[in-house]
Design a protein around this ligand. Structure first.
Ligand SMILES: [Zn+2]
Length: 433
């Protein structure tokens, strides 16, 4: 069976324009993708539970047309619908507060609440209807750190509560739609953070559940490949394309290519996935390069990295120059809210632009100019932060400058990278004079 060569399209943080989305999947296809993991969150056009639908969500027509396009390219889809944690987009609404595991937290469902299973089934039914040809359904279930907090759930151990819940949904998916279930595997392996995890889960889970093993930091050793194999699971190896605390392509590319390489030694690995999380990611367009390198590695493991990068750039990137894309990547990384960080990125991006011949392309010239403005402003904020006196007025002033940097950056980069012709002439005009 052909292995999955998959990337993650995550709509948590926002919706791209439909024509842009179309070009994204065409380029991913050109680079070797044979499947997409699609995480809708509140951007799916639910009909039964309309309260959770975001105003920017796909319309039913848009989604049908997008999925038809994907299908016509021969790309399979795997919908991702969170069935335990990561549920804030549902549980923040008053109408669904009842389903919370903890009164004070909108993070996680209570699996024993009488309405949780029915609610999730309603949603799954609508999602599966849109994905009739999908072989798999990914039900998330990662980072479910609020297990057994309510009175009813406290009668069980976290491992039993988790595993039996996942089994129940998995069996329903199998029975109703004859599809295979995928979950993230982190609740059964030791975590690098302080949260407890439960290896016993692996012994209770049905063995035909597929484990998406995510590891976003390592580049050579992926310690739980052996664990999952010994426990009898099939695995999808999941790396990360962009991380807000890492400010160069290099570290993520090592994670992506290293995981693919390591996976080859395991016959229970059914595919590789490169993820990118909408809430912590820079602009999609800049992440395309890393998606591309990952996909090329999945197709041509034998090629040296320089060739993979070259081929990815040519196949996938609108602006086939790595320095340029990396500079955009840094400029569009979500801020951690502190000036030194922003200043560092603006300087680094600026120095990458210095190495390019920017005079030939007006758009790049503007971005270069803009980078310098960002750097200048970030320097001011940095200075102010170091010598700031406490006080609301001062905070307000600093935040205003910060917001200005962020909004101008997003707008300009958005116009440029998404090829938004509506905005570009008018907007660039201000900077060209
Ligand atoms: Zn509960």
């Amino acid at each position: 069976m052909e292995k999955l060569r998959m990337v993650h399209l995550d709509f948590i943080a926002g919706m791209p324009r439909m024509e842009y989305l179309g070009s994204v999947v065409e380029r991913l296809h050109k680079c070797g993708a044979n499947s997409l993991l699609i995480e809708y969150e509140d951007k799916f056009p639910f009909q039964k539970h309309t309260q959770i639908v975001h105003e920017d969500a796909f319309s039913r027509e848009e989604l049908a047309s997008f999925l038809h396009h994907v299908d016509s390219l021969g790309i399979k889809t795997v919908p991702l619908f969170q069935c335990l944690g990561h549920a804030s987009y549902v549980l923040k609404h008053d109408a669904y507060k009842e389903l919370r595991e903890e009164r004070a937290s909108d993070w996680q469902y209570c699996p024993l609440h009488g309405d949780t299973f029915g609610f999730l089934n309603d949603c799954l039914e609508e999602i599966v209807e849109f994905h009739p040809n999908s072989e798999y359904v990914h039900i998330g279930c990662d980072e479910t750190w609020n297990l057994c907090k309510c009175q009813d759930c406290q009668k069980y151990s976290p491992a039993v509560s988790y595993a039996e819940w996942v089994n129940r949904i998995h069996r329903e998916i199998k029975k109703r739609w004859n599809k295979k279930t995928i979950i993230w595997g982190d609740m059964m392996v030791p975590c690098t953070c302080d949260h407890p995890t439960y290896p016993q889960i692996a012994d209770i889970l049905d063995k035909d559940i597929i484990i998406a093993y995510w590891d976003y930091w390592n580049s050579r050793l992926f310690p739980f490949l052996d664990f999952y194999k010994e426990k009898g699971f099939r695995v999808i190896c999941s790396s990360l394309a962009a991380h807000p605390f890492r400010h160069s392509f290099q570290s993520q590319i090592q994670n992506i290519t290293g995981f693919i390489e390591a996976s080859l030694k395991y016959d229970n690995v059914i595919g590789n996935l490169v993820t990118c999380w909408g809430d912590i990611a820079p602009l999609w367009e800049t992440v395309m390069f890393e998606f591309g390198v990952g996909l090329q590695k999945m197709v041509h493991n034998e090629k040296p990295l320089s060739e993979l990068e070259r081929d990815a750039l040519n196949a996938i990137c609108r602006y086939p120059r790595k320095e340029l894309i990396e500079a955009f990547y840094m400029l569009s990384l979500p801020g951690k809210g502190d000036a030194p960080w922003k200043l560092y990125l603006a300087r680094k991006a600026g120095s990458l632009f210095d190495n390019l011949n920017v005079t030939g392309d007006p758009a790049i010239r503007i971005i270069h100019f803009f980078t310098r403005i960002m750097e200048y402003k970030a320097e001011i904020i940095n200075n102010e932060c170091q010598h700031a006196l406490p006080g609301e007025a001062n905070d307000k002033r600093l935040n205003k400058i910060k917001d200005e940097i962020m909004s101008q950056g997003n707008e300009l980069l958005g116009c440029f990278l998404r090829g938004n012709t509506l905005g570009s002439d008018e907007y660039f005009g201000k900077y060209l004079q």
